[in-house]
Design a protein around this ligand. Structure first.
Ligand SMILES: [Zn+2]
Length: 281
C-alpha cells in the first residue's frame, strides 16, 4: 500500500508557510476540527502559536510530488487544546481516525505518533543515563558518553491468509474479540529476532491453529502504528493438519467459503485487503 510519502530525518530549513503539522501525545494526534471538511493538520502559522507547548519540532517528510514538509512534535502533558489562541483544536484517537481521515494523511499521523514517542522515550541513554543528543543528519539519538545510538523501533509482523486447495480460507477469532458477533480475521504474529519472515509464518500458523502450510506468497505491506508495527501480508496454501486453536489466543478458527463469511475486519486494514483479494479470485 503505497502512500507516496518520503520520510525525511535531517532538519530542513525553518518550517515554511505551506508546511503541515500533526502534533502527537500518547497515541493521540492534534488536528483542527474543520466542520466543513473534517479534521485537518495545522498550518505553520497555527503551529507557531502553540510552540511554547512543544519540546522539539521534528520533521516527518514530504509527499513525493510536493515540496512542502510535514512536521510533528511532542506536546507537553499540560497542554489543553481549549487554551490555544485559535478555535477548533482537538485531540483525536489515531485508531478512531482510521477510515475517516484521508489514508495518506492518516499514515503520516501514524508516523507522527511513532516519532514523537521515540523522541520522548529516548531523552536519556538506556545504558548510562546521560542526556542523549539528536543527530542532525539521520533519525537517531546518540549518547555522547558511550556512543549508544537509538533509532525509531519498528516491529515487523506477518499477517497471513491461509487458502485451502478447495477454495476456502482459514479465518480465526481472537479471544479479545469475543462478543455477540465476533470478528474473524487472518492469522498474524510478530517476527522474533533471528527469524526470517518465512520461518515466522510457519511458526505462527502452527502455534495459533496447529496446521502446516506451503507455497508462501508475498502480497503487500502496511505500516501499523499501534504502537510501531509494520504488517507484512502473505498468502499461503494449507498443507496438513487439523485446526487446533491455541487456547490462550484463538477463541475459534474455521475454514470459510466465499459465500458464507463471518464478520470480517474493516476496509483500510491489510487483513481486509488479503480477504478481498482472495474473494476476487
Ligand atoms: Zn550512554
Amino acid at each position: 500500500m503505497s502512500s507516496n510519502f518520503v520520510p525525511v530525518a535531517a532538519l530542513p530549513d525553518d518550517p515554511e508557510g505551506d508546511d503541515s503539522w500533526i502534533f502527537a501525545r500518547g497515541g493521540q494526534v492534534l488536528l483542527v476540527d474543520d466542520f466543513e471538511s473534517g479534521p485537518r493538520p495545522l498550518t505553520t502559522e497555527e503551529a507557531q502559536q502553540i510552540t511554547d507547548h512543544v519540546a522539539q519540532p521534528l520533521v516527518l517528510g514530504r509527499f513525493n510530488d510536493k515540496t512542502e514538509h510535514w512536521w510533528t512534535g511532542q506536546l507537553s502533558e499540560g497542554f489543553d487544546p481549549f487554551d490555544a489562541p485559535f478555535p477548533g483544536l482537538m485531540f483525536y484517537d489515531l485508531r478512531a481516525l482510521m477510515g475517516s481521515l484521508d489514508p495518506a494523511v492518516w499514515n503520516v499521523a501514524g508516523r507522527a505518533t511513532q516519532i514523537t514517542d521515540w523522541y520522548r522515550d529516548n531523552q536519556h541513554c538506556g545504558r548510562c543515563g546521560t542526556a542523549m543528543e539528536m543527530d542532525s543528519g539521520e533519525r537517531s539519538m546518540k549518547c555522547p558518553n558511550d556512543g549508544l545510538v537509538v533509532y525509531p523501533r519498528l516491529s515487523p509482523a506477518v499477517i497471513v491468509l491461509v487458502e485451502h486447495p478447495d477454495g476456502r480460507a482459514l479465518l480465526a477469532s481472537n479471544v479479545a474479540w469475543r462478543g455477540p458477533r465476533p470478528m474473524y480475521s487472518t492469522l498474524a504474529g510478530f517476527v522474533e529476532p533471528g527469524e526470517s519472515l518465512e520461518d515466522c509464518i510457519h511458526r505462527e500458523i502452527s502455534e495459533e491453529v496447529g496446521v502446516t502450510v506451503s507455497d508462501v506468497r508475498y502480497f503487500d505491506s502496511q505500516p501499523w502504528p499501534f504502537p510501531n508495527s509494520l504488517m507484512l501480508g502473505f498468502f499461503a496454501t494449507y498443507a496438513d493438519g487439523e485446526i487446533s486453536p491455541a487456547p490462550d489466543e484463538i477463541a475459534d478458527a474455521q475454514w470459510f467459503a466465499k459465500d458464507d463469511l463471518p464478520n470480517i475486519p474493516p476496509r483500510a486494514s491489510i487483513a481486509r485487503a488479503l480477504i478481498d483479494d482472495w474473494l476476487s479470485r
